[in-house]
Design a protein around this ligand. Structure first.
Ligand code: GBH
Length: 478
């Protein structure tokens, strides 16, 4: 087996604005849904914490770039905080300090030989837009397009890789529905109109993504020549047993969890997956409704969305066992999908509990994408795990080593078109509802230190070695 990554394969690492920036109310930044939620729902954050200060990257971004230089990554994937640029979400009112912050970051990255890659939206919606219904409001597609225009105009001369929306499926279901495992809403803004709001939010995000993509093609591509794509959360789901019910449940789970928003963009027919349309329509009619709770895409919308991504960004962490299960007796995303997904109790978890080492599951997923969607260019925009070992994070190294190995196999033996890998993440960060209890960073942060010194863990030297040699040293770090 060829043990080298292709010459044009890109290695980098990622972060997101609310998770690291802090400075939640500095220099004219507006309030985001996560500012509001962590203030009003402390009980829903494991350690009662928030991202008010986080890693203070707004103040110490130079230290982030220094860490990135030490890692010798080719690119840095970070997100822009919408309400730092447009405090109310409205693109008619811009915040010059916020604009300057990202200019400084982008320029310093470029001076350091690191390619900036930007996520336009990673969950920190301006609260003002939430007051209008957030992603359930179809008008959001206009707001998002206008915001994207501002961002392309400001930074597109230097930024050539754009990720529109991070994990629209997870954002819809966790923020506008409930989390399967805890049966709790686990993400801001805690809007629950179960069985309705999840689908509406996903629908509007899909349209918003497509509008931003088409905008770029029409008004920016000829000058800026960049790439624009979506980032989908793509776990794998395998049957929990050999029973036909569980085999079907695993397929259905994949349809609801991954294909819902993948199929409209990457299939040759477009539109939502037929199975999902059928299930939700039948249930909706049985509930006495006149129409499906899954909004319909018009013929024009299907065309707008189809092909609206230059590559498929996937965030992949693990594989779950899916079993057939009736989930509650009321309409909801999970009731429609009718599955229970659990981590395999027999597999090793480096931490946190929801991540198990399932490299074969990843290989299977990559091949499934290749075979089902005509081998699209895939960008692995997130992959990683936490650690409990502070500096000597051997289990994290083991995880990355093993996952990189199957990626190499997918490329060199199976012919999957995988173009890049963005490890998650640069720093220990605010991990949403888990607060600061999960530590995904290659750099440790002492959150009691006012300067938030970034200290490399062992994983940092491991990853530097991968990038330098473009191959995996299986003996490292022993
Ligand atoms: C990614 O999403 C996010 O894009 C990134 O911002 C985040 O830091 C990273 O994951 C690590 O979590 O305990 O069963 O309720 C992945 C979404 C959200 C999946 C939290 C696991 C908890 C599962 N993750 N969720 S559970």
């Amino acid at each position: 087996m060829n043990i080298k990554f292709p010459n044009d394969f890109l290695f980098g690492i990622g972060s997101s604005s609310y998770q690291i920036e802090g400075a939640h109310d500095k220099d004219g930044k507006g309030e985001s849904i996560w500012d509001r939620y962590t203030e009003t729902h402390k009980e829903l954050i494991v350690d009662g914490s928030d991202g008010k200060d986080a890693c203070k990257s707004y103040e110490f971004y130079e230290d982030d770039v220094q860490a990135l230089k030490d890692l010798q990554v080719q690119f840095y994937r970070f997100s822009i905080s919408w309400c730092r640029i447009c405090p109310d979400g409205d693109s008619a009112k811009l915040n010059q300090s916020g604009i300057a912050y990202y200019n400084n970051l982008i320029n310093l990255l470029i001076d350091s030989g690191i390619e900036p890659m930007v996520t336009i939206y990673h969950w920190d919606l301006p609260q003002k837009l939430q007051d209008l219904g957030g992603w359930t409001n179809p008008k959001m597609a206009d707001f998002f397009e206008d915001y994207a225009r501002v961002i392309f105009t400001l930074y597109g001369d230097r930024v050539k890789w754009w990720f529109t929306i991070n994990e629209p499926h997870l954002h819809s279901v966790f923020s506008y529905g409930q989390c399967l495992r805890d049966k709790l809403p686990v993400h801001a803004p805690d809007v629950r109109f179960l069985g309705i709001s999840e689908y509406l939010a996903g629908h509007v995000m899909l349209l918003s993504h497509a509008r931003a993509y088409r905008l770029y093609q029409k008004e920016f591509y000829s000058k800026q020549r960049g790439k624009v794509g979506i980032v989908l959360d793509a776990f794998n789901f395998i049957p929990a047993s050999n029973k036909i019910e569980d085999i079907n449940a695993a397929k259905r789970t994949r349809t609801f969890e991954v294909e819902w928003l993948l199929h409209p963009i990457f299939s040759s027919t477009g539109d939502y997956p037929p199975l999902m349309k059928k299930i939700i329509n039948e249930k909706s009619l049985a509930e006495g409704r006149t129409r499906s709770r899954l909004p319909e895409l018009t013929a024009d919308e299907i065309e707008l969305i189809k092909g609206s991504s230059d590559f498929l960004g996937i965030n992949h962490y693990t594989t779950y066992l899916a079993a057939d299960e009736d989930v509650g007796d009321k309409p909801s995303f999970y009731n429609d999908a009718g599955f229970n997904a659990t981590p395999n109790p027999n597999s090793f978890s480096p931490s946190p509990d929801w991540i198990k080492m399932e490299p074969e599951g990843f290989l299977d997923l990559l091949n499934w994408i290749k075979n089902t969607y005509n081998n699209p260019p895939v960008f692995i925009t997130e992959n990683g795990c936490g650690d409990v070992q502070e500096y000597d994070d051997k289990d994290k190294i083991y995880y990355h080593k093993t996952y990189l190995q199957v990626i190499l196999k997918a490329i060199n033996e199976d012919g999957c078109k995988i173009i890049g890998y963005s490890a998650w993440s640069l720093l220990d960060s605010f991990e949403w509802s888990s607060g600061y209890t999960e530590k995904f960073g290659f750099y440790r942060i002492d959150f009691t230190d006012p300067k938030r010194k970034r200290t490399p863990k062992r994983s940092a030297s491991y990853y530097r070695n991968v990038i330098k040699t473009r191959s995996i040293d299986f003996k490292f770090p022993d």
